[in-house]
Design a protein around this ligand. Structure first.
Ligand SMILES: Cc1cc2nc3c(=O)[nH]c(=O)nc-3n(C[C@H](O)[C@H](O)[C@H](O)COP(=O)(O)OP(=O)(O)OC[C@H]3O[C@@H](n4cnc5c(N)ncnc54)[C@H](O)[C@@H]3O)c2cc1C
Length: 646
C-alpha cells in the first residue's frame, strides 16, 4: 500500500500523551505561564534574591495544590501518587531551580517523612510541609560517600539516660554535602546517620533534626554554602556539620526499626542489609521523577530547535530563489528527528514506570518482587531519560547555531541545570549496575540485599544456563529462537518495519550480552579470582547488559502503545516514531550486531537507508509532533528565534 502522509490532530495527540492526568498537567502549565518571569529573573537577580524568589514561587504553587498531590488527603495532599509524578514531569518544562527545589522539599524531604516515618511524624510535620511552611532538606550524601550510602560517617548515638540521640559529624569526610535547601531555607533535615546503641552500630537510619530557627542555625549545627555551581542557582545547596546535637528518641523515623526507651533496637526485618535496602526502596519516587524531568527538558529543547529549523534558512540548495530551510537538509533531519522519536519512546516508557510506581505505593499491586522490579525499572528509565536530556539539549543548542548560545533562547539554562540529573538521585553508572543485578538475580527478594561480592559469588555459583533460566533473558532466548528461526536468513526476509523484528533484535542483544556477563563471572570465579576483581573486569559488560535491557523495555513501551491506538493518522505518526526509535537504536549499535552475526553489511546499509527515509517521512509532521508535547509558549522564551522569518 502506498504511504500516505498523515495529518496530525495535535490536541488529540496531546490528550493521548497527557493521559489520565491531563487535569493536573494543565494546572501546572497554567502555573508555569503565570510565573514565567522566573526564567528572566534567573539571569537578573542576585543569587540570594533568586533563591528567595524560587522559594516564594514554590510556596505559592503549593497553595494551588500542585505540589502536594502525592500526600495523604488528611494532611492537605491529593492522595494520588501518579498525579504527583505527572505534576513534576510537567513542572520540568519551566525553570529547573523551581523544579529541583520542589523535588527537595516535597519529594525528598516530604517523601522521607511520609515513607520512613510513622503517624506521629506525619501528624507533626506533613501539614506544614505540604504548604511549604516547614522547609526541609534530605541530608544523605556526605563529602566522603555519595553512591555508597551504607558507608556514611555521621553518627546518632542513643543516650538511654536522657532518651535522646546525639548526632555527630566525626570528621570532614562525614560532613553532609550538596544538600538542597540547606544553605538558606531549611528549618529541618531528615539526616541519614549510623545508629549506635551501647557501642554497637545498627546501620544507617533516618532522623528528624532541627537545623535553624528564625533563619539562624541552632546550637551544634554548622552550615556552609556549597558555593557557585554549574547551574541550579536558585537552589541553596549546602554542607552541614553536627556537634553533639541532641534530638528526642521519637526523632527516629521508625517505620522499619525503632529503639525502646531502655535502648533496645527492634525491627521486623532481621537482616540489616535487607532492612536498609527496603528503607531506600521506599524512596524510589524521586528517581522516577528525575527521569521524567529529563525527558521533559529534552522536549523543551527539541520544540525550540525543531520550530527554529522550519524558519531558519541557510544556503541555496534546491532553489536559487530562496535559501533552504534547515529542516529540509538531510543532516538536520538526521540530527533532530531520531531524538524526537527517542523522546516519544521514553515518554511511553516513563508512563509505564510511573504507573507501576502508582500501583505499588497505592497498594494496588505490592509484593517484594514487584518492588524490586519497580526499583530496577525506575533506575533504568532515570538513566536513559537523563542521558537523553544531556544529548538532546546539546544537539539542539548546536542546531540553533549562534542563536542557541544566547541565554534568552533557553539552552543555557537547560544545559546547565539538567547536567547534574545524571548524577543526583543515583549516579547513572551506579544505577545501571543495580539494573544488571536485578537481571542476573531475577529480582529474587532473597538476593536483593546482596552486595557486589555476594552477587558475583551467587551468579558464579550457578551454571550459566541456570542464570539464564532464572532471568527473563531465558524466556527471551526461547522467543528469539522462535522468532528468528533461520538466524540471518530470517533477518534478510523480515521487514525492517516489522515491530516483531525490531523487538527481536533488541531482545537478542540483551540476552547475548547478559549471557556473556554470566559466563565471564563464572570463568573468573572458576579461576579463583577475587570476586571484586572479577566484577570489576566484567563491569563494562555489566553496564552494556543493563543498557541493552532498558532500551528494549523502551521499545516495548512504544510498540505496545502504538498497537493499542485506534486506527488513524495519529497512529501512523506514532508508528513512525516507533520505527525511527527502533531502527536508529539498532543503527547506532550496528557494529555490535554485525560482530555477533545478526546483521550483514548489506542489511546494515539497508537500515541506514530506512532511517533516512523515516526522517523524510517525519519531516512534514515534525512541528506537530513537538507541539503535541504541550510545552507552554512562555516556557520556550526564544522570542526572536521562534518568530524570526529571515
Ligand atoms: C546539585 C546537587 C544537588 C544534590 N542534592 C542532594 C540532596 O539534596 N541530598 C543528598 O543527600 N544528596 C544530594 N546530592 C548528592 C548526590 O546525590 C551525589 O552527588 C550522588 O549520589 C553521587 O555521589 P558522589 O558525588 O559521591 O559520587 P561518587 O559516588 O563518588 O561517584 C563518582 C564517580 O564514580 C563512579 N563510581 C562510583 N561507584 C562506582 C562503582 N562501584 N563502580 C564504577 N564506578 C563507580 C560513578 O559512576 C561516578 O562517575 C546532590 C548533588 C548535587 C551535585
Amino acid at each position: 500500500m502506498a504511504y500516505e502522509q498523515p495529518v496530525i490532530d495535535v490536541p488529540a495527540l496531546t490528550a493521548l500523551l497527557d493521559g489520565k492526568y491531563a487535569e493536573v498537567r494543565n494546572l501546572v502549565r497554567k502555573n508555569l505561564a503565570e510565573y514565567s518571569s522566573i526564567l528572566e529573573e534567573a539571569e537578573t537577580l542576585t543569587r540570594d534574591d533568586f533563591r528567595d524568589r524560587v522559594r516564594d514561587v514554590i510556596v505559592e504553587m503549593a497553595a494551588t495544590g500542585q505540589t502536594g498531590r502525592g500526600f495523604p488527603t488528611e494532611y492537605g495532599g491529593g492522595g494520588d501518587i501518579g498525579a504527583s509524578v505527572a505534576a513534576f514531569e510537567t513542572l520540568a518544562f519551566g525553570d529547573l531551580s523551581v523544579l529541583v527545589k520542589v523535588g527537595v522539599q516535597f519529594g525528598l524531604f516530604g517523601g522521607a517523612v511520609l515513607q520512613l516515618g510513622t503517624k506521629q511524624h506525619h501528624d507533626a510535620y506533613l501539614e506544614d510541609l505540604v504548604t511549604g511552611k516547614l522547609m526541609g532538606c534530605f541530608a544523605m550524601t556526605e563529602t566522603g560517600h555519595g553512591s555508597n550510602v551504607q558507608a556514611l560517617g555521621t553518627v546518632a548515638t542513643y543516650d538511654a539516660a536522657t532518651q535522646e540521640f546525639v548526632v555527630n559529624t566525626p570528621d570532614d569526610a562525614s560532613r553532609k554535602d550538596y544538600i538542597g535547601n540547606a544553605a538558606r531555607h531549611a528549618e529541618m533535615a531528615v539526616v541519614f546517620a549510623q545508629l549506635e546503641i551501647g557501642g554497637k552500630s545498627e546501620g544507617v537510619h533516618a532522623f528528624m533534626v532541627p537545623l535553624r530557627r528564625k533563619g539562624k542555625p541552632l546550637p551544634g549545627v554548622r552550615i556552609e554554602d556549597c558555593g557557585a555551581k554549574m547551574g541550579l542557582d536558585g537552589v541553596d545547596n549546602g554542607r552541614i556539620w553536627f556537634e553533639n546535637v541532641r534530638i528526642p528518641r521519637t526523632a527516629l523515623l521508625n517505620q522499619f526499626a525503632d529503639v525502646t526507651p531502655a535502648g533496645v533496637y527492634e525491627s521486623a526485618i532481621d537482616n540489616p542489609d535487607r532492612r536498609f535496602f527496603t528503607m531506600l526502596g521506599t524512596l524510589v519516587q524521586g528517581r522516577v521523577c528525575v527521569g521524567g524531568a529529563g525527558i521533559s527538558a529534552a522536549k523543551v529543547a527539541l520544540t525550540i530547535a525543531t520550530r527554529y529549523a522550519v524558519r531558519r534558512r541557510q544556503f541555496n540548495a534546491t532553489s536559487d530563489q530562496q535559501e533552504e530551510l534547515l529542516l529540509d537538509y538531510g543532516m538536520h533531519q538526521r540530527r533532530l528527528l531520531p531524538l524526537v522519536a527517542r523522546t516519544y519512546a521514553l515518554h511511553f516508557a516513563q508512563d509505564v514506570v510511573a504507573g507501576q510506581l502508582h500501583d505499588v505505593f497505592s497498594g494496588i499491586k505490592d509484593d517484594e518482587r514487584t518492588r524490586r522490579a519497580l526499583e530496577s525499572r525506575a533506575a533504568g528509565t532515570k538513566v536513559l531519560g537523563t542521558w537523553h536530556a544531556t544529548d538532546a539539549i546539546q544537539e539542539c543548542r548546536e542546531a540553533c547555531g549562534g542563536a542557541g548560545y544566547l541565554s534568552a533562547n533557553r539552552f543555557d539554562a537547560l544545559k546547565a541545570d539538567t547536567d547534574v540529573f545524571t548524577t543526583f538521585e543515583g549516579d547513572n553508572h551506579v544505577l545501571l549496575q543495580l539494573v544488571a543485578k536485578g537481571l542476573l538475580t531475577d529480582y529474587s527478594s532473597e538476593f536483593s540485599d546482596l552486595d557486589q561480592f555476594g552477587m558475583v559469588k551467587f551468579v558464579a555459583g550457578l551454571a550459566v544456563e541456570t542464570v539464564l533460566e532464572r532471568t527473563s533473558a531465558h524466556k527471551l532466548l526461547e522467543r528469539i529462537k522462535d522468532v528468528l528461526p533461520g538466524g540471518d536468513e530470517w533477518d534478510q526476509e523480515a521487514g525492517l518495519l516489522d515491530p516483531e523484528y525490531q523487538l527481536a533484535m533488541l531482545e537478542f542483544r540483551e540476552e547475548h550480552i547478559l549471557g556473556g556477563v554470566a559466563r565471564r563471572l563464572k570463568r573468573g570465579i572458576d579461576n579463583d579470582m577475587n570476586p571484586g576483581e572479577v566484577f570489576s573486569r566484567v563491569q563494562d559488560h555489566v553496564i552494556a547488559a543493563a543498557r541493552a535491557h532498558v532500551e528494549r523495555l523502551v521499545l516495548a513501551a512504544i510498540t505496545e502503545r502504538h498497537r493499542a491506538m485506534p486506527d488513524g493518522d495519529n497512529k501512523v505518526a506514532i508508528g513512525l516514531m516507533s520505527d525511527l526509535y527502533a531502527l536508529s537504536t539498532i543503527e547506532k549499535d550496528r557494529a555490535w550486531f554485525m560482530e555477533h552475526g545478526r546483521l550483514t553489511s548489506a542489511r546494515s546499509k539497508q537500515i541506514s537507508r530506512e532511517v533516512s527515509d523515516l526522517c523524510r517521512k517525519v519531516r512534514p509532521i515534525a512541528v506537530d509532533l513537538v507541539d503535541a508535547w504541550g510545552v507552554p509558549e512562555e516556557m520556550l522564551r526564544s522570542e526572536e528565534l521562534l518568530t524570526w522569518g529571515g
